[in-house]
Write a protein that binds this ligand. Structure first.
Ligand code: CP
Length: 341
């Protein structure tokens, strides 16, 4: 039996999941599921007619940019794609002036600023202080809440709404392509224990995460009935896991000033790869997840990412539906109707 509900978080910034209650996140996911149903059924869902969102990128993107651009169009609005190098930010224009002026032209400002520890999250909070419109974090140095929301949606779709007692391995993996931000593993360890999951973080000694996010993971596990602990090898994290999320990230201390140093240190850990042998340590029906882009042949073998346990395309697709839920609920002038059940 379906039930129609209404929700609205008008004007609320989406900067980290830490600032959103469990109940608000549940609503966000229910709206995302309803928007997915409507998208698949070609049912119009123009919750944001004539609205504008500014999409500011300080880093590259495929999924995030396109999920937001396609999403705002499907919601009836328009997205302006902006890169910091073509804005006056590159000449030093202030967060105050950027926030006030863009929010006077439109209805939300979304920002990706993820490569330098200590900068991105602070930058978006400064913009949010001055902007008269919600600010949406499309990935910063601390969190990637758009990705982790899509990950939680994917886990629920495949394992049910009750995620208590699921074991999730969040592991570092070797990648030579670039020093990837820390925000995905940090976001995962903060979010998933809130929903009762046992999260095991694995990484070599040089690849520790921001202490504040690790502390939040412990606190959230204690509050949410989940568990959180850290180990120093991939095999231990993978053993009996229900979900594995192995991916690379850079070294916290040197990543901003010298990203090449992360890649140099990583060369001694090429055996940190998700392959078929390692997958056998996990449960038979384990879900393999990765936010993408993946370094095929280094972070993961083709056999695993293209294999029966991989759900990476469903995970990537859910970026669209969750991005739309975030925009609709924070930008709409009226409460959003949605169906559950
Ligand atoms: N996962 C993710 O954020 O992908 P993009 O870097 O392509 O946006």
């Amino acid at each position: 039996m379906t039930e129609t509900k209404q929700a609205h978080f008008k004007g609320k910034d989406w900067i980290t999941t830490e600032e959103w209650s469990d109940n608000e996140l549940d609503v966000m996911l229910d709206v995302a599921s309803d928007l997915k149903r409507k998208f698949k059924g070609r049912i119009p869902h123009r919750h944001l007619p004539d609205q504008t969102i500014f999409l500011m990128f300080f880093d590259k993107s495929t999924r995030t940019r396109n999920s937001f651009e396609a999403g705002i169009t499907q919601l009836g609005g328009h997205g302006h794609f902006l890169t910091s190098d073509v804005m006056q930010i590159s000449h030093g224009e202030s967060t105050k002036d950027t926030g006030i002026i863009l929010s006077s032209y439109g209805h939300a400002i979304a920002i990706r600023h993820d490569l330098v520890p200590g900068e991105g999250n602070a930058y978006m909070r400064e913009v949010a202080k001055w902007a008269d419109a919600p600010v949406i974090n499309m990935q910063c140095d601390v969190d990637h809440p758009c990705q982790t929301l899509a990950d939680l949606m994917t886990i629920r779709e495949l394992r049910g709404r009750n995620t208590r007692s699921l074991k999730v391995a969040v592991s570092w993996a070797y990648a030579p392509s670039y020093a990837k931000p820390l925000s995905v593993p940090q976001g995962l360890i903060m979010l998933l224990p809130r929903f009762g999951m046992e999260v095991v973080l694995a990484h070599p000694p040089e690849y520790g995460l921001m202490p504040g996010t690790v502390a939040a993971a412990h606190a959230n596990a204690a509050r949410g009935g989940g568990q959180f602990h850290t180990v120093d090898n991939m095999d231990e994290a993978f053993r009996d896991a229900d979900v594995v999320i192995p991916k690379s990230w850079g070294c916290l201390d040197t990543m901003g000033a010298n990203p090449a140093e992360s890649l140099r240190i990583a060369k001694q850990y090429t055996h940190w790869i998700c392959n078929a042998e390692r997958m056998k340590l996990a449960k038979k029906d384990v879900l393999y997840m990765h936010p993408l882009p993946a370094d095929r042949g280094n972070e993961v073998t083709d056999e695993v990412i293209d294999g029966p346990n991989s759900v990476v395309y469903q995970e990537a697709e859910n970026r669209l539906h969750t991005a739309k839920a975030i925009m609709a609920l924070t930008m709409a002038v009226r409460p959003v109707d949605y169906q559950i059940g």
